[in-house]
Unconditional design. Structure first.
Length: 598
């Protein structure tokens, strides 16, 4: 027993020492013109075993695999005396360091030239660092705090913007590896704007060639979004270290993207800020800031703990991403950044996509969410049939959020989605207790009605039925009608090339006239109804003389063999949405409350 307690004490002492020993990172940018960064990581008080150093394969906010190790080279390791250590490569993502003396300095060069939300970019304008794409880490030491020093290019007037805790100079701190990995960093000559809201500092670090006046105008719009979203959830989250930072980069060398993190977000675009002012990015700002509540703190249990070595699959993305998408545009309208007409007329795109997609025959919203590792900026070289089998959980969840909001507002007791989200925030966000799909259903039952919640989930979440959008929208003073029911269509988009040959923009849509005729994406379409495609700008010019139900011949070539088939034209199935100026007074009142957040 005495030996047991002695062993236990030594184990506790070793763990305590390890927990207090910070992993020291340092990064330099001497070769920015060639997109390289030099990185050094020092581990001390190591256990007497091989040190396993890895690059992540995933990144917070992403659900697919991304092989960050492919951009790492010139790897070396040294002990406390500066002697070089043996490094082996057990797999493509890992380096094993052998024979150390309790200290390892691990060094490598990183190539970085994609400035989006997932990867990193180093050039003469900035160091745009998504942390998992930039920094390696060691297994068994994930609990250790992290200190990171950014050796910025003072000759380029670089400054550091990040959600990491500032220590001194250009040195920052994270309490553990996960927080470090979740802390993107923009190092550039950026504009900085700050405003206190409810005791918390909202910061905009904006890397752009725009003028100070343009940045001021843009920041005012960002603040309007922040305030409206706080109304939805009833309050701002308690941001770590008392601040939230929008890391925005609108430069020609950037890649369009947005990526949420716990106390910050990356919003990136290659388009300039002022054409039109903020029009290219305010939707992304809105979407990513909703995530400060919904996904960062109202957190799916399936994403906990986040796995940096494997793909992260979740069945809750229709809610985490989709309901966030529902509020993306609605908040812009409530903040006065879009008119009611613009918002309402913009609803039909998502509705048409979901209602008319054959994908609902294969997967419900939960199962669509499971597809994220294959579609979330994932890469593949083999053709897929996603346009027939997949509906984005962003859009699917968004139109379900619309259906739930308007369904609640039809009830007599003043219910709405805003107050339901407040309850989700109270139960799962403020407490940071991860939730499941059944938890959402149970919370809806508590908020509204058990039978209502059971039916909604049974029909629209566990199944893929379509809500009665016509009834729901009419009740909110919105017309929902066929856009052009007399227009004859082929059901699949045809692109006409400079050579006058037509090809499908994607696989033939299941059930469409083109699909039923046996025409596919590899076919070269020569003529429709006897008219050569070389004679027209688009297919609509030919079909304008026909109506749904008419039959036409299509001549096409497949692998050098010419064929002619006859097909029956279908009616355009697309819907349109618009404000109903003749709506009833009750519908207009409901619409006003919905669009204003009452």
């Amino acid at each position: 027993m005495k030996n047991f307690f002695a062993t236990l004490f030594l184990t506790f002492l070793t763990f305590s020492l390890s927990a207090q020993t910070a992993t020291q990172y340092e990064i330099s940018f001497d070769n920015t013109v060639h997109h390289e960064a030099e990185i050094s990581i020092t581990y001390a008080n190591l256990e007497d075993k091989v040190l396993e150093v890895r690059m992540s394969r995933t990144s917070p906010g992403r659900y697919a695999l991304h092989e960050f190790a492919k951009n790492v080279y010139a790897v070396k390791a040294y002990d406390s005396q500066g002697d070089e250590l043996m490094v082996s490569r057990p797999n493509p993502h890992q380096w094993n360091v052998h024979g150390h003396d309790g200290t390892v300095r691990f060094e490598y060069t990183l190539y970085a030239n994609r400035g989006g939300g997932t990867y990193a970019q180093v050039d003469e304008t900035h160091a745009h660092l998504n942390i998992p794409a930039t920094f390696a880490w060691a297994r068994d030491y994930e609990h250790r705090p992290v200190k990171i020093t950014f050796n910025v290019r003072e000759d380029l007037n670089w400054k550091v913007a990040t959600q990491l805790k500032h220590l001194e100079g250009n040195t920052y701190y994270a309490p553990d590896l996960y927080y470090f990995m979740d802390s993107p960093t923009e190092i550039a000559d950026f504009h900085l704007r700050e405003q206190m809201i409810d005791g918390q500092n909202i910061r905009l670090a904006l890397h752009t060639p725009a003028t100070d006046a343009e940045v001021d105008t843009y920041f005012d719009k960002v603040i309007a979004i922040v305030k409206e979203q706080a109304e939805v959830f009833g309050e701002l989250p308690d941001f770590d270290y008392g601040e939230y930072t929008f890391l925005s980069c609108y430069m020609p060398n950037a890649s369009g993207d947005g990526m949420e993190h716990r106390n910050s977000t990356y919003v990136v675009s290659s388009k300039p800020l002022d054409r039109p002012l903020g029009g290219t990015s305010l939707g992304t700002i809105s979407h990513e800031f909703v995530h400060a509540w919904n996904v960062e703190r109202i957190r799916p249990a399936s994403l906990e703990p986040f796995d940096f070595e494997e793909a992260n699959m979740s069945g809750e993305l229709w809610f985490a991403e989709g309901f966030t998408s529902y509020y993306t545009g609605l908040i812009l309208e409530r903040a006065g950044l879009r008119t009611a007409q613009q918002y309402i007329e913009g609803l039909d795109g998502g509705l048409n996509y979901v209602i008319n997609s054959p994908g609902r025959k294969f997967f419900n919203p939960i199962e669509m969410s499971y597809q994220a590792p294959f579609v979330d900026a994932a890469t593949s070289v083999d053709p897929q049939n996603k346009n027939n089998t997949f509906i984005s959980y962003y859009t699917y969840g968004s139109v379900l959020g619309l259906a739930l909001d308007l369904s609640l507002r039809q009830m007599d007791n003043g219910l709405n989605l805003d107050d339901f989200m407040k309850l989700m925030w109270k139960e799962f966000g403020k407490t940071e207790v991860p939730y499941t799909v059944r938890d959402i259903e149970a919370t809806l039952a508590d908020y509204a009605d058990e039978d209502f919640a059971a039916e909604f989930f049974e029909r629209y979440i566990f199944d893929s039925q379509v809500p009665d959008y016509k009834n729901l929208l009419v009740s909110a003073g919105v017309v929902f009608e066929r856009a052009n029911p007399d227009k004859a269509v082929l059901g699949s988009r045809i692109r006409i090339g400079d050579d006058g040959i037509g090809t499908l923009g994607s696989n033939a849509v299941m059930g469409s006239p083109i699909y039923k005729a046996g025409i596919e994406s590899e076919d070269k379409i020569i003529s429709i109804a006897g008219t050569s495609l070389s004679e027209v700008e688009n297919v609509d010019e030919i079909l304008a003389d026909y109506k749904p139900g008419d039959q036409v011949e299509i001549t096409y070539s497949r692998w050098g063999t010419e064929k002619t088939v006859e097909l029956t034209l279908a009616a355009n199935k697309n819907y349109q949405t618009r404000l109903d100026e003749n709506a009833s007074s009750s519908a207009k009142e409901r619409r006003a409350k919905w669009l204003s957040g009452e």
